[in-house]
Design a protein around this ligand. Structure first.
Ligand SMILES: Nc1nc2c(ncn2[C@@H]2O[C@H](COP(=O)(O)OP(=O)(O)O)[C@@H](O)[C@H]2O)c(=O)[nH]1
Ligand SMILES: [Mg+2]
Length: 321
């Protein structure tokens, strides 16, 4: 997972799953462009409809306009006349934007410390369970710090996921100090020579200011034990929330200097463009995506496969080899 963005054997499975699950969203971008944008003239109305489709897919107004400006320039320069070819050029432009970001997880340190943050219900605990399972599959030992001590059920939920994925857990009583949990977890990880420490955190306290202050405190405790850590601070966002999550994401980014985004519940949304918009707005790469509630439903984000799924049926149908 730390080398090439997506190991080749995963790609086909990823593509299938992605296209299957995005395909379910009937009002999705792909369906919309297939039904309304093919077989017509490349006039202003085409670009208006395309802009509308991009915004409806939650690509964000600024991102969509910038993309279409580049597309128009290419259509002129390359004498493109068919909508199909224009859409393929758009797909290439989108891929180019995605390609500017490094989305590999930084897990080379030992232990590598990954902190998962985000609002309640976004999928932090589930994602930690899935990530632990994935890392264990790669032969890495994982220790989970159950630092969401605010809700009584959170620690139990984390224990269940850790048991499923074969990760160790360090937990205290609900209501305890999250900093103390994290401190103990890091000490244990160093003593046991664990490869990864995954830190679950609370998504809501009495106020947003409290939450940010607590997360900063947790981060400072981590730094006291391992000065270079955390190696990853990942914000978990539900894809269906789309652009509405941006303001919230900025608050997390300002407080914690995020290193990546996990976009969950991509299986339940037609807003496929969210990935692009969130990256562009925050300047933080989407590193992982959640495609369901199962333990295997977490993937490294692969822009090529993602765009193949989004644009399926436009131009040559993508052939997973
Ligand atoms: N469909 C779907 N559901 C998800 C995904 N990730 C998490 N969930 C569900 O979202 C709900 C909240 O997840 P949880 O991990 O408890 O969120 P937390 O409060 O941030 O820790 C649970 O019911 C999960 O099963 C995903 O990728 N797809
Ligand atoms: Mg949780």
């Amino acid at each position: 997972m730390t080398e090439e963005a997506v190991p080749e054997p995963h790609r086909e499975a990823w593509w299938r799953r992605m296209s299957g699950r995005l395909g379910r969203a009937s009002a999705g971008f792909g369906a919309l462009i297939r039904s309304t944008l093919l077989r017509r003239k490349l006039d202003d109305e085409f670009y208006d409809d395309l802009l509308e489709a991009l915004i409806a897919a939650d690509c964000g107004v600024a991102t969509s306009e910038a993309l279409l400006e580049r597309l128009r320039a290419r259509v002129r320069a390359e004498h493109i006349h068919e909508p199909e070819r224009a859409l393929l050029a758009l797909k290439e432009e989108m891929l180019r934007v995605f390609a500017t970001r490094d989305r590999r997880l930084r897990l080379d340190a030992r232990p590598a410390v990954v902190v998962m943050v985000g609002v309640n219900g976004s999928g932090k605990t589930t994602t930690i369970g899935k990530l632990a399972h994935r890392l264990r599959g790669e032969g890495r030992s994982c220790l989970v710090a159950a630092a969401d001590t605010f809700r009584a059920a959170a620690v139990d939920q984390m224990r269940i996921w850790a048991a499923r994925s074969g990760a160790d857990v360090v937990a205290h009583q609900p209501g305890g100090d999250p900093g103390a949990v994290v401190f103990d977890a890091l000490q244990a990880a160093v003593a046991r020579r664990s490869d990864c420490v995954l830190v679950d955190t609370a998504g809501r306290l009495h106020t947003k200011t409290n939450l940010m202050a607590e997360l900063v405190k947790v981060r400072n405790v981590i730094r006291r034990v391992i000065p270079e850590a955390p190696h990853e601070t990942l914000l978990v966002i539900e894809a269906p929330t789309g652009m509405n999550a941006i303001a919230q994401a900025r608050v997390f980014h300002e407080a914690l200097a995020l290193t990546g985004i996990v976009l969950t519940k991509l299986d339940g949304t037609s807003k496929g463009g969210t990935v692009l918009a969130i990256e562009e707005e925050l300047g933080v790469p989407v590193k992982l995506v959640g495609l369901g509630e199962g333990i295997d439903d977490l993937n490294v984000f692969d822009p090529g496969a993602y765009l193949d799924a989004l644009f399926a049926g436009v131009g040559e149908a993508p052939q997973p080899e």
